[in-house]
Ligand binder design. Structure first.
Ligand code: ZN
Length: 164
């Protein structure tokens, strides 16, 4: 069990585009990221959130409801589709702030799994939402970046005040 420190906004690493994961072994990183995500009571965690600028994330949409469904996506490509829905999103890098984000309800994904095998699948509901949020981290984007400037400023203000 190894819980890593989580990079906190406004750390600049949260705004960087991550590099493709090559042939190196990321199994220890994945294991540590799951430990970190569960310890922080989260449903998803992307590598840049633990300071590793690589295109992978871990998630588990159902563990809080008692059904563990751990999923690892390495070098994911996603195609969101369908009508959009506004839902409040939390981020382990921006504690205690809920941001209402509009995103398509479903998506198709291609990725490499933890064993190095290529995978494709379609996702809906909570999983689709988490995948889109975590994928954004690999692109250097936060939920903040998907709302209007005025909404963003209103959400950021108390947070920045608390940091000061
Ligand atoms: Zn996040």
């Amino acid at each position: 069990m190894s819980v890593l420190p989580i990079v906190q906004w406004p750390d600049a690493r949260l705004s960087e585009v991550c590099a493709e994961v090559g042939q190196h072994d990321v199994s220890q990183l994945i294991s540590d990221m799951f430990d970190t995500m569960y310890a922080a009571n989260g449903r998803g965690l992307a590598a840049p959130q633990v300071g590793v600028m690589a295109r992978l994330f871990v998630m588990d949409a159902g563990w809080k409801e008692g059904t563990q469904t751990p999923l690892v996506m390495i070098n994911p490509e996603i195609t969101p589709e369908g009508s959009e829905q506004v839902l409040e999103e939390m981020c382990l890098s921006v504690p205690d702030v809920a941001v209402p984000v509009s995103r398509p309800k479903s998506l198709c994904a291609r990725w490499t799994d933890a064993h190095g095998a290529p995978q494709t699948a379609r996702f809906e509901g909570a999983e689709s939402r988490i995948i889109q949020h975590e994928f954004d981290h690999l692109e250097g984007k936060l939920h903040f970046d998907r709302v209007s400037q005025s909404t963003r400023e209103a959400l950021e203000a108390p947070y920045l005040k608390a940091l000061a």
